[in-house]
Design a protein around this ligand. Structure first.
Ligand code: SF4
Length: 284
């Protein structure tokens, strides 16, 4: 049964003027976060544990800074780049969180990319609002939309990612975007699986993912154990789940390969730029 949607989470909103928008990424290219803060509430979120967050006094999940002025700055920064680059949006927030409906910072960012079509853009979200921009994204020659998921079971995703779209809706969104010819990918990370993980589960889960018509699937386990959120394993265990082990991730990958999924996503750039999905993983 589909869980009832929760009302939007209340957060303290601030409008700020950032000085810079593109941050060099250790995985090559740049990261781009239209907002600071995220109300989606994933219990495994790694962002509050990042080094640059150590000075942040506000409680993660209670605030969102709207980075007004990002599109104009981005236009300037992309214009100054001599070589085509890759931009990952986003690695420390969700670009389609609820405030995007009102402020449209992400949408205005897409309009900037329309003026700089040589650069590749990887969008990553858990929200169906991305479909609002499908026309615009379809016009970008080097843009892909990714959804990240952690569990296949909607009921459990509603508990551990309380303000995200249920997994089934994320898969359905990917399917509709794929059918419009937009390059899509799925990031199943960190992967949580039933205990024990049966062959049947592996088959059914990957079949569901394949039915979304995603072009690529990237998988990873929960591997920041030293900062593992308190209570998460217990919460998962209550629902008969656990973080997938490396061996289980490999089994899922093997099944994904059988469906032609565990592969690179080719953004069909003229220079045949192949973008690796693996570096997108924020859990390394
Ligand atoms: S959507 Fe991403 S940034 Fe937001 S809470 Fe979840 S993991 Fe953290």
């Amino acid at each position: 049964m589909k869980p009832e949607r929760k009302p939007e989470r209340a957060v303290k909103l601030n409008v700020i003027q950032p000085r810079s928008v593109l941050n060099r990424s250790g995985m090559g290219g740049f990261t781009l976060n239209p907002y600071n803060g995220c109300p989606i509430g994933c219990t495994y979120c790694f962002v509050p544990h990042m080094k640059h967050m150590q000075l942040e006094e506000r409680k993660w999940g209670t605030y969102v800074d709207v980075k007004e002025g990002v599109p104009e700055l981005l236009d300037k920064q992309l214009g100054r780049l001599r070589q085509p680059t890759r931009v990952f949006m986003s690695t420390a927030t969700d670009p389609y969180q609820p405030v995007e409906e009102r402020y449209q910072i992400t949408r205005r960012i897409l309009e900037v990319f329309e003026r700089h079509p040589q650069h590749s853009l990887f969008i990553l979200t858990k929200q169906t609002l991305v479909e609002r921009d499908a026309d615009l994204i379809a016009r970008l020659p080097r843009a892909a939309v990714g959804m990240s998921i952690s569990v296949i079971d909607d009921r459990l995703s509603d508990i551990i990612e309380p303000w995200a779209a249920p997994t089934s809706e994320r898969l359905a969104t990917i399917r509709r975007l794929s059918e419009r010819g937009i390059p899509t990918y799925l990031l199943w990370a960190p992967a949580f699986v039933p205990v024990p993980m049966s062959r049947e589960f592996v088959r059914d889960a990957i079949t569901k993912i394949a039915e979304s018509r995603t072009q690529a699937l990237s998988l990873d386990s929960l591997n920041y154990r030293s900062r593992q959120p308190v209570g998460l394993p217990r919460r998962l265990a209550r629902d008969g789940h656990a973080p997938a082990t490396a061996a289980q991730v490999e089994l899922l990958r093997q099944e994904a390969r059988r469906h032609g999924l565990a592969r690179r996503l080719d953004l069909v750039a003229p220079e045949s730029e192949i973008a690796e999905l693996q570096p997108l993983l924020p859990f390394e």
